[in-house]
Design a protein around this ligand. Structure first.
Ligand SMILES: NC(=O)C1=CN([C@@H]2O[C@H](COP(=O)(O)OP(=O)(O)OC[C@H]3O[C@@H](n4cnc5c(N)ncnc54)[C@H](OP(=O)(O)O)[C@@H]3O)[C@@H](O)[C@H]2O)C=CC1
Ligand SMILES: O=C(O)[C@@H]1CCC=N1
Length: 279
């Protein structure tokens, strides 16, 4: 996985069509606005005009009257619909795609080759595997580049995700691991945070305090590892006094199979991605 410099790419004249601004397309639109795309140059088309208008208002972008209108003159066409819809959408847009536009699919489990096959052979196609924390600039994006994507288009895609958190190039084989580790991971973390918060309430803390303590501790632990480069096992040992409270909790975690549970969740997401890609 590699990082790409996005220094000095001016996004103020770049036109983006966002077809499908839902739970993931919405944050993708937001991060592109944060990176410098102008609101009038981010045109949104959802399934029906009222939905496009609602999404555009929420993001501070522009609603298009139709999918065809959204992609007119676009430099980048982002496809944020569900995987089962994407090839029909590509077939619908095929004849109206502007020359020089790069098609960027967010869909899990639909390969570059499948999208490329539905388009003229010289069409530039890329995939992005984002996660929802890009909405706060703390997400991760894996970018997959099709053969017809030029160096300039590739740099443009990186620039569009420059406010997302981390954006790295990955291969389509790596995307399965990437989904387990980043794309689906927020849902696993949210579930664990919910469980910790509920238990803090059961132990007697008020819910507001419980929620803020759990979030602060999870955020703090992650920041500590990032900033210090310390191995998690070393950081864990520094919390664990001999015969103290932490070792009792850690022994319970191991007994309950938390490590195996986390690994199984990540592997299940990766396996599901691989199975979807096989069709
Ligand atoms: N959610 C996540 O965390 C992640 C999702 N993804 C991928 O992102 C894609 C979208 O997922 P998600 O955002 O969760 O799904 P949502 O259901 O939240 O959003 C789908 C969006 O597509 C729109 N849509 C549906 N049909 C059409 C159409 N014919 N033309 C234009 N827009 C249409 C919907 O509009 P309307 O509301 O009007 O129906 C909605 O805005 C999927 O392919 C998924 O694999 C990738 C990484 C993470
Ligand atoms: O659940 C899904 O299929 C999508 C892909 C990664 C996160 N959400």
């Amino acid at each position: 996985m590699t990082d790409t410099s996005t220094d000095s790419i001016d996004l103020s004249a770049i036109r983006v069509a966002l077809i499908g601004a839902g739970n993931m397309g919405g944050p993708v639109g937001r991060t592109m606005l944060d990176a410098g795309v102008r609101p009038e140059n981010l045109r949104i088309a959802n399934s029906i005009p009222t939905s496009s208008e609602r999404a555009a208002e929420e993001l501070g972008a522009t609603a298009a009257a139709s999918r065809a209108e959204a992609i007119e003159g676009a430099d980048v066409v982002v496809l944020g619909v569900k995987p089962y819809q994407i090839l029909d959408l590509v077939a619908e847009l095929r004849d109206d795609l502007p020359d020089g536009a790069v098609v960027l699919s967010l869909a899990a489990g639909t390969t570059l080759a499948q999208i490329q096959d539905a388009l003229p052979s010289d069409a530039a196609v890329a995939r992005a595997m984002p996660n929802t924390p890009i909405s706060v600039g703390e997400g991760a994006v894996g970018l997959m580049r099709g053969d017809a994507v030029s160096d300039e288009q590739h740099a443009l895609l990186h620039a569009l995700f420059s406010s997302a958190g981390v954006a790295v190039d990955i291969t389509e084989e790596q995307v399965h691991a990437f989904i387990g580790t980043a794309g689906s991971m927020p849902a696993f973390v949210f579930t664990i945070i919910e469980a910790m918060t509920d238990e803090a309430v059961r132990l007697g803390l008020k819910r507001d305090l419980a929620a803020s303590l759990v979030q602060q501790t999870v955020r703090g632990a992650a920041t500590m590892l990032t900033e210090s480069g310390t191995h998690p096992a070393v950081a864990k040992n520094a919390v664990s006094s001999p015969g103290g409270t932490t070792v009792q909790g850690l022994a319970a975690l191991e007994r309950e199979g938390v490590r195996a549970g986390v690994a199984a969740a990540m592997a299940a997401a990766a396996d599901s991605s691989r199975a979807m890609s096989r069709g």
